[in-house]
Design a protein around this ligand. Structure first.
Ligand code: F6R
Length: 606
Protein backbone atom coordinates (compact mmCIF):
# COMPACT_ATOMS: atom_id res chain seq x y z
CA UNK A 1 0.00 0.00 0.00
CA UNK A 2 2.62 2.60 1.12
CA UNK A 3 2.29 6.35 1.58
CA UNK A 4 4.16 8.82 -0.59
CA UNK A 5 4.70 12.55 -0.44
CA UNK A 6 6.52 15.27 -2.38
CA UNK A 7 6.97 18.92 -1.33
CA UNK A 8 8.53 21.91 -3.04
CA UNK A 9 8.90 25.22 -1.14
CA UNK A 10 10.13 28.61 -2.35
CA UNK A 11 11.92 29.56 0.84
CA UNK A 12 12.13 26.97 3.56
CA UNK A 13 13.47 23.52 4.15
CA UNK A 14 11.00 20.73 3.39
CA UNK A 15 12.24 17.75 5.42
CA UNK A 16 10.27 18.59 8.64
CA UNK A 17 7.14 18.99 6.50
CA UNK A 18 7.71 15.71 4.70
CA UNK A 19 8.29 14.05 8.06
CA UNK A 20 4.97 15.45 9.33
CA UNK A 21 3.10 14.32 6.22
CA UNK A 22 4.63 10.84 6.50
CA UNK A 23 3.40 10.54 10.08
CA UNK A 24 -0.10 11.15 8.76
CA UNK A 25 0.40 8.54 6.08
CA UNK A 26 1.87 5.93 8.37
CA UNK A 27 -1.44 4.05 8.53
CA UNK A 28 -0.75 3.06 4.91
CA UNK A 29 2.35 1.10 5.84
CA UNK A 30 4.91 1.20 8.60
CA UNK A 31 7.70 -1.29 8.04
CA UNK A 32 10.27 1.24 6.78
CA UNK A 33 10.43 4.87 5.71
CA UNK A 34 12.69 7.45 4.13
CA UNK A 35 13.13 10.97 2.84
CA UNK A 36 15.30 12.37 0.03
CA UNK A 37 15.93 16.05 -0.68
CA UNK A 38 18.07 17.99 -3.12
CA UNK A 39 20.72 20.26 -1.67
CA UNK A 40 23.87 21.74 -3.20
CA UNK A 41 23.67 19.69 -6.31
CA UNK A 42 23.23 16.32 -4.69
CA UNK A 43 20.57 14.02 -3.28
CA UNK A 44 20.55 13.89 0.53
CA UNK A 45 18.82 10.76 1.78
CA UNK A 46 17.87 9.13 5.09
CA UNK A 47 15.96 5.89 5.24
CA UNK A 48 15.74 2.79 7.39
CA UNK A 49 13.67 -0.14 8.55
CA UNK A 50 11.08 0.54 11.27
CA UNK A 51 8.36 2.99 12.14
CA UNK A 52 8.87 6.68 11.40
CA UNK A 53 9.40 7.67 15.06
CA UNK A 54 12.07 5.04 15.50
CA UNK A 55 13.83 6.12 12.31
CA UNK A 56 13.59 9.79 13.27
CA UNK A 57 15.08 9.10 16.68
CA UNK A 58 17.99 7.36 15.05
CA UNK A 59 18.58 9.59 12.03
CA UNK A 60 16.89 12.96 12.68
CA UNK A 61 14.84 13.15 9.50
CA UNK A 62 14.23 16.89 9.97
CA UNK A 63 17.87 17.75 9.52
CA UNK A 64 17.94 17.00 5.80
CA UNK A 65 18.55 20.31 4.00
CA UNK A 66 16.79 21.40 0.80
CA UNK A 67 13.66 23.09 -0.49
CA UNK A 68 12.47 20.11 -2.50
CA UNK A 69 12.04 16.54 -1.38
CA UNK A 70 10.12 13.30 -1.38
CA UNK A 71 9.17 10.80 1.32
CA UNK A 72 7.81 7.30 1.68
CA UNK A 73 6.39 5.00 4.33
CA UNK A 74 6.35 1.38 3.24
CA UNK A 75 4.15 -1.70 3.33
CA UNK A 76 6.42 -4.32 1.78
CA UNK A 77 5.41 -6.10 -1.40
CA UNK A 78 8.64 -6.86 -3.27
CA UNK A 79 11.49 -7.51 -0.86
CA UNK A 80 11.60 -7.75 2.92
CA UNK A 81 11.32 -4.66 5.09
CA UNK A 82 14.96 -3.46 5.28
CA UNK A 83 17.04 -0.32 4.93
CA UNK A 84 18.05 -1.26 1.38
CA UNK A 85 14.49 -1.92 0.28
CA UNK A 86 13.18 1.26 1.93
CA UNK A 87 12.32 4.11 -0.43
CA UNK A 88 13.41 6.53 -1.89
CA UNK A 89 15.33 4.58 -4.54
CA UNK A 90 18.10 6.08 -6.62
CA UNK A 91 19.60 5.59 -10.08
CA UNK A 92 23.27 4.68 -10.65
CA UNK A 93 24.40 8.32 -10.77
CA UNK A 94 22.60 9.07 -7.47
CA UNK A 95 20.97 12.07 -9.10
CA UNK A 96 17.42 10.76 -9.47
CA UNK A 97 15.27 9.72 -6.50
CA UNK A 98 11.88 8.01 -6.68
CA UNK A 99 9.13 7.04 -4.25
CA UNK A 100 6.43 4.66 -5.39
CA UNK A 101 3.17 3.14 -4.18
CA UNK A 102 1.80 0.22 -6.19
CA UNK A 103 3.16 -2.78 -8.03
CA UNK A 104 5.07 -2.84 -11.30
CA UNK A 105 3.93 -6.03 -12.96
CA UNK A 106 6.63 -6.24 -15.64
CA UNK A 107 9.48 -5.32 -13.33
CA UNK A 108 11.29 -8.65 -13.76
CA UNK A 109 11.69 -8.26 -17.51
CA UNK A 110 12.57 -4.56 -17.16
CA UNK A 111 15.10 -5.36 -14.45
CA UNK A 112 16.68 -8.20 -16.41
CA UNK A 113 17.33 -5.83 -19.29
CA UNK A 114 18.45 -2.89 -17.16
CA UNK A 115 20.77 -5.03 -15.04
CA UNK A 116 23.05 -5.40 -18.07
CA UNK A 117 23.86 -1.71 -17.79
CA UNK A 118 22.80 -0.64 -14.29
CA UNK A 119 23.66 -1.61 -10.76
CA UNK A 120 20.62 -2.45 -8.64
CA UNK A 121 20.80 -2.23 -4.86
CA UNK A 122 17.39 -3.38 -3.67
CA UNK A 123 14.98 -6.23 -4.34
CA UNK A 124 12.10 -3.84 -5.03
CA UNK A 125 10.10 -3.45 -8.21
CA UNK A 126 10.37 0.32 -7.73
CA UNK A 127 14.08 0.51 -8.42
CA UNK A 128 13.55 -0.05 -12.14
CA UNK A 129 11.98 3.43 -12.33
CA UNK A 130 15.04 5.58 -11.47
CA UNK A 131 17.24 3.43 -13.70
CA UNK A 132 14.79 3.68 -16.60
CA UNK A 133 14.61 7.46 -16.20
CA UNK A 134 18.40 7.70 -15.95
CA UNK A 135 18.82 5.76 -19.17
CA UNK A 136 16.26 7.84 -21.06
CA UNK A 137 17.86 11.12 -19.92
CA UNK A 138 21.29 9.83 -20.88
CA UNK A 139 20.16 8.70 -24.32
CA UNK A 140 17.85 11.54 -25.34
CA UNK A 141 19.07 14.48 -23.20
CA UNK A 142 15.44 15.26 -22.38
CA UNK A 143 14.14 16.80 -19.18
CA UNK A 144 12.91 14.88 -16.11
CA UNK A 145 9.25 15.32 -17.01
CA UNK A 146 9.67 13.86 -20.50
CA UNK A 147 11.93 11.08 -19.27
CA UNK A 148 9.48 10.09 -16.53
CA UNK A 149 6.64 10.02 -19.01
CA UNK A 150 8.66 7.84 -21.38
CA UNK A 151 9.69 5.53 -18.54
CA UNK A 152 6.07 5.13 -17.46
CA UNK A 153 5.10 4.19 -20.99
CA UNK A 154 7.30 1.12 -20.57
CA UNK A 155 5.77 0.16 -17.22
CA UNK A 156 2.75 -2.07 -16.66
CA UNK A 157 1.06 -2.14 -13.29
CA UNK A 158 -0.19 0.20 -10.65
CA UNK A 159 1.68 3.22 -9.40
CA UNK A 160 1.68 6.58 -7.78
CA UNK A 161 5.19 8.00 -8.01
CA UNK A 162 7.08 11.16 -7.21
CA UNK A 163 10.48 11.84 -8.75
CA UNK A 164 13.20 14.43 -8.15
CA UNK A 165 16.38 15.07 -10.14
CA UNK A 166 19.46 16.96 -9.02
CA UNK A 167 19.86 18.73 -12.38
CA UNK A 168 16.31 20.16 -12.07
CA UNK A 169 15.96 21.20 -8.43
CA UNK A 170 12.83 23.28 -9.10
CA UNK A 171 10.44 20.56 -10.12
CA UNK A 172 8.71 17.53 -8.62
CA UNK A 173 7.34 15.12 -11.21
CA UNK A 174 4.49 12.88 -10.13
CA UNK A 175 2.13 10.49 -11.86
CA UNK A 176 -0.56 7.97 -11.05
CA UNK A 177 -2.18 4.85 -12.38
CA UNK A 178 -4.60 3.02 -10.09
CA UNK A 179 -2.82 4.13 -6.90
CA UNK A 180 -4.00 7.26 -5.14
CA UNK A 181 -2.24 10.62 -5.47
CA UNK A 182 -3.51 14.14 -4.86
CA UNK A 183 -1.85 17.52 -5.40
CA UNK A 184 -2.00 20.25 -2.75
CA UNK A 185 -1.85 23.88 -3.76
CA UNK A 186 -0.15 26.17 -1.25
CA UNK A 187 1.33 29.64 -1.06
CA UNK A 188 4.88 29.67 -2.42
CA UNK A 189 4.74 25.91 -2.04
CA UNK A 190 3.05 22.95 -3.66
CA UNK A 191 2.60 19.37 -2.57
CA UNK A 192 1.57 15.90 -3.60
CA UNK A 193 0.68 12.92 -1.42
CA UNK A 194 -1.17 9.64 -1.31
CA UNK A 195 -4.11 11.25 0.43
CA UNK A 196 -5.61 14.50 1.56
CA UNK A 197 -5.02 13.98 5.30
CA UNK A 198 -1.26 14.13 4.77
CA UNK A 199 -1.59 17.65 3.39
CA UNK A 200 -4.12 19.08 5.86
CA UNK A 201 -1.52 21.00 7.91
CA UNK A 202 -0.29 22.78 4.76
CA UNK A 203 -3.29 23.42 2.54
CA UNK A 204 -6.95 22.65 2.03
CA UNK A 205 -6.86 23.31 -1.71
CA UNK A 206 -6.57 19.99 -3.45
CA UNK A 207 -6.22 19.24 -7.15
CA UNK A 208 -7.13 15.74 -8.20
CA UNK A 209 -4.91 13.76 -10.50
CA UNK A 210 -6.63 11.05 -12.56
CA UNK A 211 -5.29 7.65 -13.50
CA UNK A 212 -2.94 7.98 -16.46
CA UNK A 213 -1.91 11.57 -15.68
CA UNK A 214 1.49 13.08 -14.97
CA UNK A 215 2.22 16.45 -13.33
CA UNK A 216 5.16 18.81 -13.14
CA UNK A 217 4.98 20.69 -9.85
CA UNK A 218 6.93 23.88 -9.19
CA UNK A 219 6.47 25.94 -6.03
CA UNK A 220 4.23 28.39 -7.92
CA UNK A 221 2.63 26.33 -10.69
CA UNK A 222 1.31 22.93 -11.66
CA UNK A 223 1.12 21.45 -15.12
CA UNK A 224 -0.80 18.23 -15.79
CA UNK A 225 -0.89 16.05 -18.93
CA UNK A 226 -1.92 12.54 -19.82
CA UNK A 227 0.96 10.07 -19.74
CA UNK A 228 0.21 8.56 -23.11
CA UNK A 229 -1.58 11.19 -25.12
CA UNK A 230 0.33 14.31 -24.06
CA UNK A 231 -3.02 16.07 -23.71
CA UNK A 232 -2.94 19.01 -21.30
CA UNK A 233 -5.43 18.52 -18.47
CA UNK A 234 -7.01 21.13 -16.23
CA UNK A 235 -7.32 19.38 -12.88
CA UNK A 236 -10.46 19.74 -10.77
CA UNK A 237 -9.74 21.72 -7.60
CA UNK A 238 -11.57 21.11 -4.32
CA UNK A 239 -11.64 23.04 -1.06
CA UNK A 240 -11.49 20.46 1.70
CA UNK A 241 -13.49 21.04 4.88
CA UNK A 242 -11.50 18.59 7.08
CA UNK A 243 -9.25 20.27 9.66
CA UNK A 244 -5.72 19.11 10.60
CA UNK A 245 -6.95 18.39 14.18
CA UNK A 246 -9.44 15.89 12.79
CA UNK A 247 -6.47 13.72 11.84
CA UNK A 248 -4.83 13.89 15.30
CA UNK A 249 -5.41 11.83 18.43
CA UNK A 250 -6.98 14.64 20.49
CA UNK A 251 -5.95 13.27 23.88
CA UNK A 252 -6.88 9.63 23.20
CA UNK A 253 -4.14 7.00 23.45
CA UNK A 254 -4.99 5.66 19.99
CA UNK A 255 -6.79 6.84 16.86
CA UNK A 256 -9.02 3.78 17.08
CA UNK A 257 -10.42 4.76 20.47
CA UNK A 258 -10.82 8.35 19.36
CA UNK A 259 -12.65 7.22 16.26
CA UNK A 260 -14.94 4.91 18.25
CA UNK A 261 -15.84 7.92 20.39
CA UNK A 262 -16.39 10.09 17.33
CA UNK A 263 -19.15 7.79 16.13
CA UNK A 264 -22.13 9.77 17.49
CA UNK A 265 -20.84 12.86 15.69
CA UNK A 266 -20.04 10.96 12.50
CA UNK A 267 -23.51 9.42 12.53
CA UNK A 268 -25.21 12.77 13.05
CA UNK A 269 -23.32 14.27 10.11
CA UNK A 270 -24.21 11.34 7.88
CA UNK A 271 -27.87 11.27 8.86
CA UNK A 272 -28.01 14.91 7.76
CA UNK A 273 -26.88 14.13 4.19
CA UNK A 274 -29.12 16.12 1.87
CA UNK A 275 -32.37 14.21 1.22
CA UNK A 276 -32.08 14.97 -2.54
CA UNK A 277 -28.87 12.94 -2.67
CA UNK A 278 -30.41 10.02 -0.80
CA UNK A 279 -33.38 10.22 -3.14
CA UNK A 280 -31.17 10.23 -6.25
CA UNK A 281 -29.31 7.13 -5.05
CA UNK A 282 -32.52 5.41 -3.97
CA UNK A 283 -34.13 6.02 -7.36
CA UNK A 284 -31.08 4.77 -9.23
CA UNK A 285 -31.06 1.56 -7.17
CA UNK A 286 -34.80 1.15 -7.48
CA UNK A 287 -34.54 1.49 -11.27
CA UNK A 288 -31.96 -1.28 -11.53
CA UNK A 289 -33.02 -4.61 -12.97
CA UNK A 290 -30.10 -6.42 -11.31
CA UNK A 291 -28.47 -4.97 -8.23
CA UNK A 292 -25.11 -6.11 -6.88
CA UNK A 293 -23.48 -4.71 -3.77
CA UNK A 294 -19.72 -5.05 -3.67
CA UNK A 295 -17.07 -4.12 -1.10
CA UNK A 296 -14.13 -5.54 0.88
CA UNK A 297 -13.49 -6.21 4.57
CA UNK A 298 -15.53 -4.09 6.94
CA UNK A 299 -17.25 -2.33 4.05
CA UNK A 300 -18.36 -5.74 2.83
CA UNK A 301 -20.03 -6.29 6.20
CA UNK A 302 -21.87 -2.99 5.74
CA UNK A 303 -22.86 -4.14 2.26
CA UNK A 304 -24.22 -7.42 3.63
CA UNK A 305 -26.25 -5.50 6.20
CA UNK A 306 -27.46 -3.29 3.34
CA UNK A 307 -28.73 -6.38 1.53
CA UNK A 308 -30.82 -7.31 4.58
CA UNK A 309 -32.17 -3.75 4.84
CA UNK A 310 -33.07 -3.61 1.13
CA UNK A 311 -34.93 -6.88 1.40
CA UNK A 312 -36.63 -6.24 4.71
CA UNK A 313 -37.56 -2.60 4.35
CA UNK A 314 -37.65 -1.95 0.61
CA UNK A 315 -38.54 -5.38 -0.86
CA UNK A 316 -35.65 -4.79 -3.25
CA UNK A 317 -33.65 -7.74 -4.45
CA UNK A 318 -29.87 -7.43 -4.31
CA UNK A 319 -26.86 -9.65 -4.10
CA UNK A 320 -23.80 -8.77 -2.02
CA UNK A 321 -20.52 -10.08 -3.39
CA UNK A 322 -17.13 -9.54 -1.83
CA UNK A 323 -15.05 -7.50 -4.28
CA UNK A 324 -12.13 -9.89 -4.64
CA UNK A 325 -14.57 -12.55 -5.87
CA UNK A 326 -16.83 -10.25 -7.84
CA UNK A 327 -15.55 -10.88 -11.33
CA UNK A 328 -15.47 -14.66 -10.98
CA UNK A 329 -18.93 -14.75 -9.37
CA UNK A 330 -20.60 -12.63 -12.02
CA UNK A 331 -18.99 -13.82 -15.25
CA UNK A 332 -21.60 -13.41 -18.01
CA UNK A 333 -24.05 -11.73 -15.64
CA UNK A 334 -23.18 -8.04 -15.88
CA UNK A 335 -24.77 -5.91 -18.59
CA UNK A 336 -26.47 -2.56 -19.13
CA UNK A 337 -29.37 -3.60 -16.91
CA UNK A 338 -27.01 -4.01 -13.95
CA UNK A 339 -26.38 -1.53 -11.18
CA UNK A 340 -23.44 -1.84 -8.80
CA UNK A 341 -23.50 -0.36 -5.34
CA UNK A 342 -19.82 -0.21 -4.41
CA UNK A 343 -18.89 0.63 -0.83
CA UNK A 344 -15.39 1.72 0.18
CA UNK A 345 -14.46 4.13 2.95
CA UNK A 346 -11.17 5.03 1.27
CA UNK A 347 -12.46 4.79 -2.27
CA UNK A 348 -9.07 3.33 -3.18
CA UNK A 349 -9.31 -0.41 -2.40
CA UNK A 350 -7.88 -2.23 -5.40
CA UNK A 351 -10.25 -5.21 -5.13
CA UNK A 352 -13.30 -2.97 -5.08
CA UNK A 353 -12.00 -0.74 -7.87
CA UNK A 354 -11.27 -3.84 -9.91
CA UNK A 355 -14.84 -5.08 -9.46
CA UNK A 356 -16.17 -1.65 -10.38
CA UNK A 357 -14.01 -1.39 -13.50
CA UNK A 358 -15.03 -4.87 -14.60
CA UNK A 359 -18.73 -4.04 -14.16
CA UNK A 360 -18.36 -0.66 -15.82
CA UNK A 361 -16.64 -2.20 -18.84
CA UNK A 362 -19.62 -4.51 -19.16
CA UNK A 363 -22.05 -1.62 -19.22
CA UNK A 364 -23.17 -1.49 -15.57
CA UNK A 365 -24.14 1.70 -13.81
CA UNK A 366 -21.96 2.45 -10.78
CA UNK A 367 -23.22 4.00 -7.55
CA UNK A 368 -20.69 4.37 -4.75
CA UNK A 369 -20.67 5.09 -1.05
CA UNK A 370 -17.32 6.46 0.14
CA UNK A 371 -15.87 8.69 2.83
CA UNK A 372 -13.21 10.38 0.70
CA UNK A 373 -14.05 13.16 -1.67
CA UNK A 374 -12.49 12.82 -5.08
CA UNK A 375 -11.34 9.25 -4.39
CA UNK A 376 -10.88 6.93 -7.36
CA UNK A 377 -14.17 5.15 -6.73
CA UNK A 378 -16.09 8.41 -6.92
CA UNK A 379 -14.46 9.20 -10.21
CA UNK A 380 -15.45 5.84 -11.65
CA UNK A 381 -19.04 6.23 -10.47
CA UNK A 382 -22.16 7.62 -12.07
CA UNK A 383 -23.33 8.76 -8.65
CA UNK A 384 -21.55 8.99 -5.28
CA UNK A 385 -22.85 9.33 -1.77
CA UNK A 386 -20.23 10.74 0.60
CA UNK A 387 -20.45 9.55 4.19
CA UNK A 388 -19.52 12.16 6.77
CA UNK A 389 -17.15 10.39 9.15
CA UNK A 390 -14.21 12.78 8.72
CA UNK A 391 -10.76 11.27 8.26
CA UNK A 392 -10.29 7.77 9.69
CA UNK A 393 -6.66 7.06 10.56
CA UNK A 394 -6.82 3.89 12.70
CA UNK A 395 -6.23 0.94 10.41
CA UNK A 396 -9.29 -0.87 11.77
CA UNK A 397 -12.42 0.70 10.34
CA UNK A 398 -14.88 1.83 13.03
CA UNK A 399 -16.68 5.10 12.46
CA UNK A 400 -16.67 4.65 8.70
CA UNK A 401 -18.51 1.34 9.19
CA UNK A 402 -21.39 2.81 11.11
CA UNK A 403 -21.79 5.73 8.73
CA UNK A 404 -21.93 3.29 5.83
CA UNK A 405 -24.70 1.46 7.70
CA UNK A 406 -26.51 4.72 8.38
CA UNK A 407 -26.33 5.68 4.69
CA UNK A 408 -27.70 2.30 3.66
CA UNK A 409 -30.48 2.66 6.22
CA UNK A 410 -31.43 6.06 4.80
CA UNK A 411 -31.35 4.70 1.25
CA UNK A 412 -33.45 1.65 2.12
CA UNK A 413 -36.10 3.80 3.80
CA UNK A 414 -36.22 6.08 0.78
CA UNK A 415 -36.62 3.10 -1.57
CA UNK A 416 -39.37 1.75 0.69
CA UNK A 417 -41.16 5.06 0.32
CA UNK A 418 -40.67 5.23 -3.46
CA UNK A 419 -41.95 1.69 -3.91
CA UNK A 420 -44.77 2.15 -1.44
CA UNK A 421 -43.60 -0.93 0.48
CA UNK A 422 -44.06 0.82 3.79
CA UNK A 423 -46.68 3.36 4.73
CA UNK A 424 -45.37 6.93 5.10
CA UNK A 425 -46.19 6.74 8.78
CA UNK A 426 -44.01 3.65 9.20
CA UNK A 427 -41.19 5.24 7.23
CA UNK A 428 -41.38 8.37 9.38
CA UNK A 429 -41.29 6.28 12.54
CA UNK A 430 -38.27 4.32 11.37
CA UNK A 431 -36.53 7.52 10.26
CA UNK A 432 -37.22 9.00 13.65
CA UNK A 433 -35.73 5.87 15.25
CA UNK A 434 -32.68 6.07 12.99
CA UNK A 435 -32.15 9.68 14.01
CA UNK A 436 -31.85 8.44 17.61
CA UNK A 437 -28.87 6.20 16.84
CA UNK A 438 -26.21 8.88 17.57
CA UNK A 439 -27.69 9.28 21.06
CA UNK A 440 -27.88 5.52 21.59
CA UNK A 441 -24.23 5.11 20.59
CA UNK A 442 -23.28 7.96 22.90
CA UNK A 443 -25.16 6.40 25.83
CA UNK A 444 -23.67 2.99 25.13
CA UNK A 445 -20.17 4.44 25.15
CA UNK A 446 -20.83 6.26 28.39
CA UNK A 447 -22.52 3.41 30.24
CA UNK A 448 -20.91 0.26 28.92
CA UNK A 449 -17.28 1.12 28.13
CA UNK A 450 -15.87 0.21 31.54
CA UNK A 451 -17.87 -3.04 31.63
CA UNK A 452 -16.60 -3.97 28.16
CA UNK A 453 -13.05 -3.17 29.28
CA UNK A 454 -13.44 -5.48 32.29
CA UNK A 455 -14.77 -8.27 30.10
CA UNK A 456 -11.94 -7.69 27.63
CA UNK A 457 -9.32 -7.93 30.36
CA UNK A 458 -10.88 -11.13 31.71
CA UNK A 459 -10.97 -12.82 28.30
CA UNK A 460 -7.87 -11.23 26.75
CA UNK A 461 -5.81 -14.42 26.70
CA UNK A 462 -8.41 -16.84 25.34
CA UNK A 463 -7.01 -18.35 22.16
CA UNK A 464 -10.31 -18.55 20.25
CA UNK A 465 -13.63 -16.72 20.05
CA UNK A 466 -16.87 -17.45 18.24
CA UNK A 467 -19.30 -14.65 17.25
CA UNK A 468 -22.88 -15.66 16.49
CA UNK A 469 -25.93 -13.73 15.31
CA UNK A 470 -28.99 -14.37 13.20
CA UNK A 471 -30.47 -12.31 10.37
CA UNK A 472 -28.89 -8.89 10.05
CA UNK A 473 -26.95 -9.56 13.29
CA UNK A 474 -24.86 -12.12 11.41
CA UNK A 475 -23.17 -9.11 9.81
CA UNK A 476 -22.56 -7.54 13.23
CA UNK A 477 -21.01 -10.84 14.34
CA UNK A 478 -18.77 -10.89 11.26
CA UNK A 479 -17.58 -7.36 11.89
CA UNK A 480 -16.99 -7.98 15.61
CA UNK A 481 -14.97 -11.06 14.76
CA UNK A 482 -12.92 -9.25 12.11
CA UNK A 483 -12.07 -6.46 14.58
CA UNK A 484 -10.80 -8.97 17.14
CA UNK A 485 -8.76 -10.91 14.59
CA UNK A 486 -7.12 -7.93 12.96
CA UNK A 487 -6.02 -5.95 16.01
CA UNK A 488 -5.79 -8.52 18.83
CA UNK A 489 -4.48 -11.40 16.66
CA UNK A 490 -6.92 -13.84 18.26
CA UNK A 491 -8.42 -16.54 16.11
CA UNK A 492 -12.12 -15.91 15.87
CA UNK A 493 -14.93 -17.00 13.63
CA UNK A 494 -18.32 -15.53 12.91
CA UNK A 495 -21.27 -17.63 11.87
CA UNK A 496 -25.01 -17.36 11.48
CA UNK A 497 -26.06 -18.78 14.86
CA UNK A 498 -28.42 -21.27 13.22
CA UNK A 499 -25.51 -22.70 11.29
CA UNK A 500 -23.33 -23.34 14.34
CA UNK A 501 -24.91 -26.76 14.89
CA UNK A 502 -23.73 -27.78 11.40
CA UNK A 503 -20.08 -27.69 12.37
CA UNK A 504 -18.63 -24.90 14.50
CA UNK A 505 -20.30 -26.20 17.66
CA UNK A 506 -17.72 -29.01 17.59
CA UNK A 507 -15.16 -26.40 18.71
CA UNK A 508 -16.97 -25.68 21.95
CA UNK A 509 -15.43 -26.93 25.14
CA UNK A 510 -15.73 -25.63 28.70
CA UNK A 511 -14.70 -21.98 28.92
CA UNK A 512 -14.84 -21.25 25.17
CA UNK A 513 -16.08 -17.64 24.76
CA UNK A 514 -19.04 -17.20 22.42
CA UNK A 515 -20.31 -13.70 21.72
CA UNK A 516 -24.00 -13.52 20.83
CA UNK A 517 -25.65 -10.53 19.17
CA UNK A 518 -29.28 -10.67 20.23
CA UNK A 519 -31.40 -7.63 19.38
CA UNK A 520 -35.12 -8.17 20.01
CA UNK A 521 -36.01 -8.77 16.37
CA UNK A 522 -37.70 -11.71 14.67
CA UNK A 523 -34.63 -13.88 15.35
CA UNK A 524 -34.71 -13.46 19.11
CA UNK A 525 -36.56 -16.62 20.05
CA UNK A 526 -34.44 -18.82 17.85
CA UNK A 527 -31.16 -17.39 19.06
CA UNK A 528 -32.11 -18.28 22.63
CA UNK A 529 -32.10 -21.90 21.46
CA UNK A 530 -28.65 -21.40 19.93
CA UNK A 531 -27.32 -19.91 23.16
CA UNK A 532 -28.60 -22.92 25.08
CA UNK A 533 -26.92 -25.30 22.64
CA UNK A 534 -23.44 -23.89 23.25
CA UNK A 535 -24.06 -23.21 26.92
CA UNK A 536 -24.89 -26.89 27.41
CA UNK A 537 -21.38 -27.64 26.13
CA UNK A 538 -19.67 -25.32 28.61
CA UNK A 539 -19.27 -22.16 26.51
CA UNK A 540 -18.95 -18.79 28.25
CA UNK A 541 -21.71 -16.58 26.90
CA UNK A 542 -21.08 -12.87 26.29
CA UNK A 543 -24.24 -11.24 24.94
CA UNK A 544 -24.98 -7.90 23.37
CA UNK A 545 -28.65 -7.43 24.09
CA UNK A 546 -31.27 -4.76 24.48
CA UNK A 547 -31.39 -3.30 27.96
CA UNK A 548 -33.78 -5.18 30.26
CA UNK A 549 -33.70 -8.34 28.12
CA UNK A 550 -34.14 -10.70 31.05
CA UNK A 551 -34.28 -13.86 28.96
CA UNK A 552 -30.85 -13.24 27.51
CA UNK A 553 -29.51 -12.06 30.85
CA UNK A 554 -30.44 -15.33 32.51
CA UNK A 555 -28.45 -17.30 29.94
CA UNK A 556 -25.38 -15.05 29.79
CA UNK A 557 -22.16 -14.96 31.77
CA UNK A 558 -21.72 -11.33 30.70
CA UNK A 559 -24.26 -9.03 29.16
CA UNK A 560 -23.72 -5.65 27.51
CA UNK A 561 -26.87 -3.57 27.20
CA UNK A 562 -27.95 -1.39 24.29
CA UNK A 563 -30.85 1.08 24.48
CA UNK A 564 -33.77 0.21 22.16
CA UNK A 565 -32.79 0.59 18.48
CA UNK A 566 -35.20 0.09 15.55
CA UNK A 567 -34.41 -3.54 14.75
CA UNK A 568 -33.29 -3.38 11.13
CA UNK A 569 -30.72 -0.79 12.18
CA UNK A 570 -29.32 -2.76 15.11
CA UNK A 571 -25.83 -3.26 13.57
CA UNK A 572 -25.28 0.51 13.94
CA UNK A 573 -25.53 0.38 17.71
CA UNK A 574 -24.71 -3.26 18.50
CA UNK A 575 -21.28 -3.10 16.85
CA UNK A 576 -20.01 -0.47 19.29
CA UNK A 577 -19.29 -2.81 22.26
CA UNK A 578 -17.59 -5.25 19.88
CA UNK A 579 -15.26 -2.52 18.63
CA UNK A 580 -14.42 -1.70 22.25
CA UNK A 581 -13.96 -5.38 23.11
CA UNK A 582 -11.39 -5.80 20.34
CA UNK A 583 -9.68 -2.53 21.27
CA UNK A 584 -9.30 -3.38 24.96
CA UNK A 585 -8.20 -6.96 24.31
CA UNK A 586 -5.57 -5.69 21.84
CA UNK A 587 -4.22 -3.06 24.22
CA UNK A 588 -4.29 -5.46 27.19
CA UNK A 589 -2.13 -7.82 25.14
CA UNK A 590 0.25 -4.96 24.39
CA UNK A 591 -0.57 -4.48 20.71
CA UNK A 592 -0.91 -1.15 18.91
CA UNK A 593 -4.46 -1.23 17.50
CA UNK A 594 -3.71 1.65 15.13
CA UNK A 595 -1.01 -0.30 13.36
CA UNK A 596 -1.88 -3.98 13.29
CA UNK A 597 0.81 -6.26 11.91
CA UNK A 598 0.68 -7.16 8.20
CA UNK A 599 -2.15 -4.73 7.51
CA UNK A 600 -2.49 -1.28 6.02
CA UNK A 601 -5.47 0.99 5.85
CA UNK A 602 -5.74 1.40 2.15
CA UNK A 603 -5.21 -1.87 0.33
CA UNK A 604 -4.16 -0.87 -3.14
CA UNK A 605 -2.93 -4.27 -4.31
CA UNK A 606 -5.09 -7.06 -5.72
C1 F6R B 1 -11.05 -3.67 8.64
C2 F6R B 1 -10.68 -2.80 7.54
C3 F6R B 1 -10.59 -3.41 6.19
C4 F6R B 1 -11.28 -2.49 5.18
C5 F6R B 1 -11.09 -3.02 3.76
C6 F6R B 1 -11.84 -2.18 2.75
O1 F6R B 1 -11.08 -2.96 9.84
O2 F6R B 1 -10.48 -1.63 7.70
O3 F6R B 1 -11.12 -4.67 6.15
O4 F6R B 1 -12.63 -2.41 5.50
O5 F6R B 1 -9.74 -3.03 3.46
O6 F6R B 1 -11.45 -0.85 2.81
P1 F6R B 1 -12.29 0.30 2.13
O7 F6R B 1 -13.54 0.46 2.88
O8 F6R B 1 -11.40 1.51 2.20
O9 F6R B 1 -12.55 -0.14 0.72
Amino acid sequence: MCGIVGIIEKNSSVSPLIHEALKRLEYRGYDSAGIATIHQNSICIKKDKGKIDEIHQKLDLDSLPGRIGIGHTRWATHGLPSKINAHPHLDCTKKIAVVHNGIIENFLELREDLERRHRFESETDTEVIPHLIEEIILKTRCDLYTATRKALQKIRGTYAIVVIYVEEPNVLVCARNESPLVIGIGKNANYCASDITALLPFTKKIALLNDGEIAAINYDKIHVETINGEVVVKPEIYDISWSPEMAQKGGYPHFMLKEIHEQPHALTGTLLIRPEIIDQVARALNDSKKLYITAAGTSNHAGLAGKYMFSKLSALQSQAIISSEFQESTTNLIDQDTTILAISQSGETADTLNAVRFAKNNGAKIISVTNVMGSTISRLSDLTLYTQAGPEIGVAATKTFIVQLASLALISLQIAEIRGVLESREVDQLREGLMQTPKIVEKTLKKEESLVRDIAYEYAYKPNFLFLGRGISTTTAMEGSLKLKEIAYIHSEAYPAGESKHGPIALIEPGFPVVFITPPDETHEKIIGNIMEVKARGAKIISIAEQNDHDIKKLSDKIISIPPTPTPFSPITYIVPLQLLAYYIATKRGFDPDKPRNLAKSVTVL
